[in-house]
Design a protein around this ligand. Structure first.
Ligand SMILES: Nc1ncnc2c1ncn2[C@@H]1O[C@H](COP(=O)(O)OP(=O)(O)OP(=O)(O)O)[C@@H](O)[C@H]1O
Length: 759
């Protein structure tokens, strides 16, 4: 039972409890201030030492300074709503629950971190399974002041119900930036957040069920619970777009965690910023599993013999090179099993030896005449290597390649692409071709990654000694990573033979004080302790392949909703998505309550998807909602005014929230002009966003994962049938609303997607 005034229901009791809470929580803030001052003093002390001492001392100081700064940032970030709950057990133990744990100087616990095992009953206890809890208290704060509290008394006749704290959280106007839900995590969400780190966990849930929120809180939970291990290997969180990453990037810092590498799928490959792929056909083809074969072919095609015998000159001597000799050297190099750039060294050595034998036979026909001594041999080999003609020939046959160079050439050279991709039709080849030097897209990123694996490190093209030096440098970091890897292997019962050298080859250390997140972000070969994938229904086979490469131990949390997939990657079940990578080694959980979209709007959206044959998970909406969704049929001439009228009406209804206008890209110029004219300085177009703009214009793809208090969809039929569109996109657009939904169309009712006519 929840009672506004607590379990006894009397005002004096409530006031007394409130005063006690205020007093206790003031003590928590005072402790927070003390800790912060302490860290600030320590930081100032380290900084005062400046650049004195050896390099080693300086780097140690840098490490400490970073540590103190991180801690100060963490303490600042948790200031807002530091504490939000309290548990009273049947044994009369009281625990306050907050964003971080705090203890007194004498180590007695003042505040329990929400991720600690002792805090779990705050989220999980029910009347049926009270877990030793007599009372759960939700504490509502404004700044540092306790505004009110609300108690759940877990008596046996208690039913699970939505607390006032939850209802006010989900009904609050949106700001365009996602907030944390730490104070109101629900039981089914908490079970997922605290689930085992091992293996692949898939979280399927309809729109608004908190998948993103759960993914973020799980990242924070795992970092807390497996701090030792993950502090060294890191956690990667992948989302669909930059807009989405901007939307969620405040959540982890507000939970006191800054160490997670957050990246959109287009930015995973260091140094490349993949833009959205305009052609959905190209996106679909580039995502297919067979593209791995295309890349392998493209690399082999750059290892080729010569059509006929040719001649090169070394020291004025003419040497003959036959195609069969080159073919033998290529075969030998390929058999080394090394990637292209490293195998090239084998190829070159083999050819230098072949040419040297010829040259020696010319210089000294009788091998034992003593004319060629050891020094001469080395000199002749050197001459062969340095001969411009030899170099030109060997490069022609086995060119050192970079991933960007290879993919750029492949996608802009028709015959090369045809040869590398015999399985593609002429039409498919055509949709892949583009101008040389065109910007890389999100769909190219896994191709670059694939190419990087096939080509190997091009830095090995540099001199051996510097390669050796860098290998040595890697070793220290690798030792640390190894320790971490062994923990994890032990944990999952794998008896892995991993040497520091193997890891040294994979992990590129920078300065010692550079954070794990920074190092991981800039290293393509970094392997993470855990990877969390949001909006996972969007990923293609090749994108999955790229991600699984980054977690050899296959420790993943995958959250998504198959019904929300756009055309390119749409799959109807998780097994067919994950089987190629995880086999049967994955488990699935489901989220069943929709916290975002009111029931009336959610039902209308589900109807549209179902009528189009998309299987939808229909979560139970927490709120009924105050407004029915509306369909406005108008003419092209009246459409701009209709948009303005609707915006005005919705602004009145949502009182300070956000209006999201979701329109197909071809409508954006028109809509932007109309809105900007009527509401100058308030409109934000496309991805990214400024907080002072409350009218946002986006495409359905850009709206993925985001939410608005009022959603206005322009020309919904074009979202489904326009280039690259799908009913999944319309479903996504309709389920972005937290309060109201209006669809404006210039189509006739008959032209509308099924299910919309009945709105
Ligand atoms: N337990 C909770 N307490 C308060 N708010 C919540 C809770 N769970 C989810 N929400 C809110 O519900 C909204 C939807 O959550 P979220 O974006 O994580 O859902 P989703 O399942 O990822 O949605 P979609 O798949 O449609 O993008 C967010 O505003 C989130 O803060």
């Amino acid at each position: 039972m929840t009672d506004e005034h607590g379990s006894t229901g009397t005002t004096s009791w409530y006031q007394h409890e409130l005063a006690a809470e205020r007093e206790y929580i003031a003590k928590l803030y005072s402790r927070l201030d003390t800790l912060r001052e302490e860290k600030q003093r320590q930081l100032a002390r380290v900084q005062a030492q400046g650049l004195q001492g050896s390099l080693q001392n300086q780097s140690e100081r840098d490490s400490f300074a970073t540590l103190y700064r991180d801690r100060i940032n963490q303490l600042n970030a948790v200031d807002e709503r530091l504490v939000f709950g309290r548990l009273d057990t049947i044994n009369a133990v009281t625990r306050h629950i907050g964003r971080i744990g705090l203890a007194d100087d004498d180590r007695s616990r003042l505040l329990v971190d929400w991720r600690a095992p002792e805090a779990a009953p705050f989220y999980q206890a029910t009347a049926a399974y009270p877990q030793g809890v007599a009372r759960r208290r939700h504490i509502m704060m404004s700044g540092r002041t306790v505004e009110s509290f609300e108690d759940d008394v877990l008596t046996s006749d208690d039913e699970e119900h939505a607390s006032q704290a939850l209802l006010s959280a989900v009904s609050a106007p949106r700001t365009g930036v996602m907030g944390d839900i730490v104070a109101t995590i629900q039981r089914e969400q908490d079970e997922i957040i605290r689930d085992d780190m091992r293996g692949v966990l898939v979280v399927q849930g309809g729109p608004g069920t908190g998948k993103t929120a759960v993914a973020l809180h799980r990242a924070a939970y795992l970092l807390y619970t497996h701090r030792d291990r993950l502090a060294k290997s890191g956690v990667l969180l992948v989302g669909p777009s930059e807009a989405f990453m901007n939307y969620i990037d405040q959540v982890l810092p507000s939970l006191g965690e800054t160490g997670v590498v957050m990246s959109s799928i287009g930015n995973i490959y260091p140094g490349v910023h993949g833009v959205p792929e305009v052609s959905s056909d190209a996106a679909e083809i580039k995502g297919r599993a067979e593209m791995a074969e295309v890349i392998a072919n493209a690399v082999s095609l750059r290892q080729r013999s010569i059509p006929e015998t040719t001649y090169v000159h070394v020291e004025g001597t003419r040497l003959r090179v036959r195609p069969a000799q080159i073919r033998r050297a290529i075969k030998h190099a390929r058999e080394s099993g090394r990637p292209h750039n490293q195998a090239r060294e084998v190829f070159v050595d083999h050819m230098v030896k072949t040419l040297y034998d010829q040259l020696r036979d010319i210089v000294s026909p009788k091998r034992d005449d003593g004319l060629v001594n050891k020094a001469d041999r080395s000199y002749l080999r050197q001459e062969i290597r340095q001969s411009v003609e030899v170099r030109r020939l060997l490069n022609l046959c086995w060119m050192p390649l970079t991933p960007t160079g290879l993919i750029n050439q492949l996608l802009s050279t028709p015959q090369y692409l045809v040869d590398a991709a015999p399985m593609l039709t002429a039409r498919e080849i055509k949709s892949l071709l583009r101008q040389p030097g065109a910007q890389f897209t999100e769909a190219d990123v896994p191709l670059l990654d694939e190419a990087a694996v096939a080509l190997g490190d091009s830095s090995s093209l540099a001199s051996g000694s510097s390669g050796e030096r860098s290998k040595q440098r890697n070793l220290d970091t690798a030792e640390a990573a190894l320790e971490n890897m062994h923990y994890t292997l032990e944990d999952i019962g794998v008896d892995g033979v991993v040497t520091a050298e193997m890891l040294a080859a994979a992990q590129e250390p920078e300065a010692i004080w550079k954070s794990v997140a920074d190092r991981a972000r800039s290293d393509r070969t970094w392997t993470y302790g855990h990877i969390i994938v949001d909006e996972a229904q969007e990923l293609t086979h090749m994108q999955w392949r790229m991600l699984f490469r980054r977690s050899p131990l296959r420790s993943f949390t995958v959250v998504g909703d198959l019904a929300q997939a756009s055309g390119a990657a749409a799959k109807s079940d998780w097994p067919s998505v994950l089987a190629p990578f995880a086999g049967g080694n994955w488990r699935q959980s489901e989220l069943t309550v929709n916290y975002r979209t009111p029931a009336r709007i959610a039902e209308a959206a589900a109807e549209v998807a179902t009528q189009a044959g998309r299987p939808v998970t229909t979560p139970q909406a927490l709120r009924q909602g105050d407004y029915e969704p509306e369909l406005v049929v108008t003419t092209p001439q009246h459409c701009p005014n209709q948009i303005l009228d609707t915006v005005q009406k919705q602004l009145g209804r949502i009182q300070g929230g956000l209006v999201g206008v979701i329109a197909p890209i071809p409508e954006h110029d028109m809509v932007h002009e109309v809105l900007d004219h009527a509401y100058p300085g308030r409109v934000w177009r496309g991805i990214g966003r400024r907080r002072d703009r409350d009218l946002v214009l986006v495409s359905p793809q850009q709206a993925k994962g985001l939410e608005y208090d009022a959603v206005i969809i322009v020309e919904p039929q074009d979202i489904v049938s326009g280039a690259g569109g799908s009913v999944g996109d319309l479903y996504v657009a309709m389920t972005r609303a937290t309060q109201t939904l209006t669809l404006i169309t210039t189509a006739t009712v008959e032209q509308l997607p099924l299910g919309l006519q009945d709105i």
